[in-house]
Structures are given as structure tokens and as C-alpha cells.
Design a protein around this ligand. Structure first.
Ligand code: BT5
Length: 327
């Protein structure tokens, strides 16, 4: 048996055992000597599994490392989930968005998810970088093929913001705020960012890649020094580690539910929930767009994601990109 299968088989035996399982029993089930079993146990321990060993009783699995594996993620998703029907887990990627884009161009199924433990060239918007240290956060990209005209594709950014906000709330009890168009804030600090990219014909979206970066367990010294905006992680905000596996399965489940609802009833429910969770909705904001700054109440978002700003003369200005500050 290849080493990985032996390791998986040993793990399965430990996971399904009711308490301790003797070395004798393991060696019989796996068809190898007790010394060979002991070596495999040592390998699992080195990989981060907590395995208790008591000579008269055997071995017992007491903790699992915070690893992301495709099998475990799939096991945590509802049966028939469109999002996550294929999952690619990478140890390292330049950018999961780039990987997902490549797979989508090669015809990958809708709902394919690409995750990486670390990114060496994580992308923000407008050529900016996304700090992506290994093993602590989530970096993932989801391929969708919505039947939409290209100008409506930004609706999916709002959909993913709502899904990330809900997940943070359920998994940590924190109440994140959404900052137009694509940031999630906790106590005014950025905790997640979204980067959606698409490939389209003139009148129809080919595919969209929803890129999500969420700071789960990043420590203060892992942030770049030149941040544009104050940032934090969920662990820093709550004072406790946030396990990644339940977070990612919940996030994909939320995305799946929201996307199904979006396909059947349209943008309305997403727009309403987004507005409720937005930090600036209905408030007086200042929007910096290059050299120009406009002020007024944040009146809503248009069908294409544009921010609607109510100007002093009563006109509604549509803003496609800019930095929003609550006045
Ligand atoms: C974003 O851009 O917020 C989009 C981030 C999307 C990242 C995901 S990870 C999975 C997928 N694959 C990718 O390659 N990307 C996506 P933007 O609004 O432009 O914010 C970028 C700015 O945020 C940077 O210029 C920094 O100032 C700051 N920043 C960088 N890393 C950060 C981090 N980990 N947490 C908070 N802020 C960060």
C-alpha cells in the first residue's frame, strides 16, 4: 500500500475506535508488525496529530491538526451541494484565483473550489497584494457559471460578502460589518477581503471566480507593515483560535445556499441582507475617487453593485469604485 493510504487507514482505525485501540489490534488490521505500526504513529504525531499511548491499553487519538483536506471538507457539506462538488486543496499556490481561472478555462465544473494553505502571490484588487502566510488563514476561490449578463456579475461579490459575514457571525459570535464593496470589518479592522474575477462574452458571463481571503488565526506580526487599512484576524478579535475546518465547511454551505437562492429569485434578498450588514448604509459618507471627493448619504447599491450616493442637489450619483469613509 502507498504510505499515504497506510497513514489514512491507521487514522481511520484510530478515529473510529471507541477509546483506546491496542497495538496488537492495529497490527492485525493493517497487516504489519507492531514496530511498523509504532513508526506510523510517530509519523502521524509529527504531522500534528495528538495520539496518546499507554503501554497496557494501546493508542488513542486525542486531537487532530488544523489541516484542510478535500475529503474532510466534502464530508462536512450537505449532500448534493453544488459549491464544493469538486475541491482542490493545494499546499501552496501563487494565487488561488489564478489557479481557479486556469481550471475554469479548461472547463472545470461549476462549484469547483480551489484552496491553498499559503499563497506566494496572493492578489488584492488593482494589483495590490494579499498577505497569505501558511496554515493560519483561508485562501479560496470558487468557480461559478451564472447565467447573467456581464454587468450583473458584481452581484456575486455582494453575495460572497453576505456569506462570509454570516459565517464569521456563526463561528465566532462576532458581528462583522461589510464595507463597500468588498471588505469585511471587525471593530473597524479588515478581517477578510474579496476579489472576484470573470471571463465573459459581450452579453453573457462565461465564468466567475469568487476569491475569498479570511484572516482566521493570523498573528499581529504576520501582517504587512504598510497596510492601507487597519487589519485584524478572528483569533486576535476573539482571543481564541478559530478552527479552520468548520469555518470553511460553513462558508461553502452558506455560499451554496445563497447562490441557489440567487439563481431562483435574483439579487433582491442578497441586496437586502447586504444593506443590513453594511457599515455605512443610510449614513453620511465621503467617497474618494482619485482627485475627486463626493459627500452625501449612502442611499443604496444598484443592480450592478454601484454605490448610490444622494447628492445635495437631490441627484443620485452612481459610484463604481472609490474609498468610502463614514463621516
Ligand atoms: C482585497 O483587496 O481585499 C481582496 C483580497 C482577496 C484575497 C483572496 S485570497 C484567495 C484569492 N486568491 C487571491 O489571490 N486573492 C483572493 P484590496 O481591497 O485591494 O485590499 C488589499 C490591501 O489590503 C493591501 O494593499 C493591504 O493594504 C491590505 N492587506 C493585505 N493583506 C491583508 C490581509 N491578510 N488582511 C488584511 N488586509 C490585508
Amino acid at each position: 500500500m502507498p504510505p499515504r493510504f497506510v497513514q489514512n487507514e491507521l487514522l481511520r482505525l484510530l478515529e473510529t475506535a471507541d477509546g483506546f485501540v491496542s497495538g496488537e489490534q492495529l497490527s492485525r488490521s493493517m497487516g504489519m508488525s507492531r514496530t511498523a505500526v509504532w513508526k506510523r504513529i510517530a509519523t502521524l504525531r509529527a504531522a500534528g496529530y495528538g495520539i496518546e499511548a499507554i503501554p497496557s491499553q494501546g493508542y488513542r487519538l486525542v486531537s487532530q491538526p488544523d489541516l484542510l483536506t478535500a475529503d474532510q471538507i466534502v464530508a462536512g457539506l450537505p449532500l448534493g451541494s453544488r459549491v464544493g462538488q469538486r475541491i482542490v486543496c493545494l499546499e501552496e499556490a501563487g494565487s488561488t484565483n489564478v489557479e481557479a481561472f486556469r481550471l475554469a478555462e479548461a472547463g472545470a465544473l461549476e462549484g469547483t473550489v480551489v484552496l491553498a494553505e499559503r499563497q506566494t502571490a496572493g492578489k488584492g484588487r488593482l494589483g495590490r497584494q494579499w498577505a497569505s502566510p501558511g496554515g493560519v488563514n483561508l485562501y479560496l476561490s470558487v468557480i461559478l457559471r451564472p447565467p447573467l449578463p456581464p454587468y450583473d456579475a458584481p452581484q456575486l461579490t455582494f453575495l460572497s460578502a453576505v456569506a462570509v459575514a454570516r459565517t464569521i457571525e456563526v463561528q465566532t459570535g462576532l458581528k462583522p460589518a461589510i464595507k463597500w464593496p468588498n471588505d469585511l470589518l471587525v471593530d473597524g479592522c479588515k478581517v477578510a477581503g474579496l476579489l472576484n474575477e470573470m471571463s465573459a462574452e459581450t452579453d453573457r458571463v462565461g465564468f466567475v471566480v469568487l476569491g475569498i481571503g479570511a484572516n482566521l488565526n493570523m498573528t499581529a506580526d504576520q501582517f504587512p507593515v504598510d497596510l492601507r487599512y487597519p487589519a485584524t484576524s478572528l483569533a486576535l478579535a476573539t482571543g481564541r483560535m478559530v478552527p479552520r475546518m468548520p469555518f470553511v465547511t460553513r462558508l461553502l454551505t452558506e455560499l451554496n445556499e445563497e447562490y441557489s437562492r440567487f439563481l431562483s429569485v435574483g439579487f433582491g434578498p442578497v441586496r437586502a441582507e447586504w444593506a443590513q450588514r453594511c457599515n455605512a448604509f443610510g449614513r453620511q459618507v465621503s467617497v474618494a475617487m482619485g482627485a475627486q471627493t463626493l459627500q452625501g448619504p449612502f442611499a443604496g447599491i444598484d443592480h450592478d453593485g454601484a454605490l448610490l450616493l444622494l447628492l445635495p442637489d437631490g441627484r443620485l450619483e452612481r459610484v463604481m469604485s472609490g474609498d468610502v469613509t463614514v463621516v
